[in-house]
Design a binder for this molecule. Sequence first.
Ligand SMILES: Cc1ncc(C[n+]2csc(CCOP(=O)(O)OP(=O)(O)O)c2C)c(N)n1
Ligand SMILES: [Mg+2]
Length: 371
Amino acid sequence: MQQPIVQYLDANSKMHGDANKVGLAQKDHRTIFTLMLKVRLFEERCMKLQRQGRIGFYIGAYGQEASHIASAYAFRKQDWIFPSYRELGVMLLRGISMQEIVNQIYGNSEDHTQGAQMPCHHSFRKANFVSISSPIATQIPQAVGMAMAAKYKGDKVIAGVYLGDGGTSEGDFHVAMNFAGVYQAPVVFIVENNQWAISCPAHEQTASDGFAIKAKAYGFEGLRVDGNDVLAVYEATKRAVEKARQGKGPTLIENVTYRLFSHSSSDDASRYQNKQEYEQALKCEPLIRYRNYLQEQGIWNEAWEKEISEDFKKEVDVAIKTAEKQPRPDPSTLFTHVYATSNPLLEEQQRLLQEELKERESWEEEGAFPL
Ligand SMILES: Cc1ncc(C[n+]2csc(CCOP(=O)(O)OP(=O)(O)O)c2C)c(N)n1
Ligand SMILES: [Mg+2]
């Protein structure tokens, strides 16, 4: 039997706990709601850009806004975040601008990684936001290693690592969990159980009773949390963060949520997802639930949301227009950040690329088709 779920607001926005225990003030609620709304609006826009052929790929957080934003809100800015790939709201919370985000998605010459990563694979050292990597679960041992190092050095920073339900099947997850438990590393594992790993449903992903229980085998606490409830996600993460900071070890938090869109712009979930299950999940989505609660508290009103949305849409428009005006990165930047210092092999490859580019120029002059 699965352990009880931490929940304050149910799907009908009815309060089941003591809001004072959560510890979010009115201004915090405004910030969290604004971020959730921005993520929702931006991602809708990005899907359109992808369908118009203006960006190559998009992967979003539709339905998972509470799970990643309310959890990130419980950390301090000096703590390090090791993301999966659906955590746009964490970057916005940490002050990354729309322009920086959009430049990366376009991979233009203003992108600070110079198009070296796939779209949506951000990295922002200034925000302690470690590079998103495509291979699933590699971030988990990295986070534990960083947390162990912080502990040895006596730094009061902790690590927060995001992963999916599918990520828990990787060896990296188990290695990292074991090290975290044995060394009492100050790390919080946030498993966003969105019920799917592309087309593999969560019930086929594991034979254990959910994901929170896995922490028990490694000797630390696992919490099962309603991942669509901002209050529950924040409160549970805050507890885990404080515990880690006090040197009392790791926690795994399973945010039970639902992926309300296809895996990415390259996928079509309607081919494998049960329609009824989807409709049911849509009724439990986090933004409406939170909006209703904030309205009841006198924090939300329609005019306020309209103003935020309109201002933000303008900001996004400007960022897209600006990004589209930038040239592509210079091809020579391919080699710039591979090693700290150059080496003969790299120099040879660089020379070959220059030759190739020169040859292409001559094709263009002759108008020949470059087969
Ligand atoms: C090591 C590895 N195996 C397979 C893939 C292909 N892949 C990309 S995302 C994904 C599903 C991951 O599911 P989950 O961890 O639940 O995260 P979610 O996409 O649901 O957020 C897979 C199998 C990959 N990127 N890396
Ligand atoms: Mg998943």
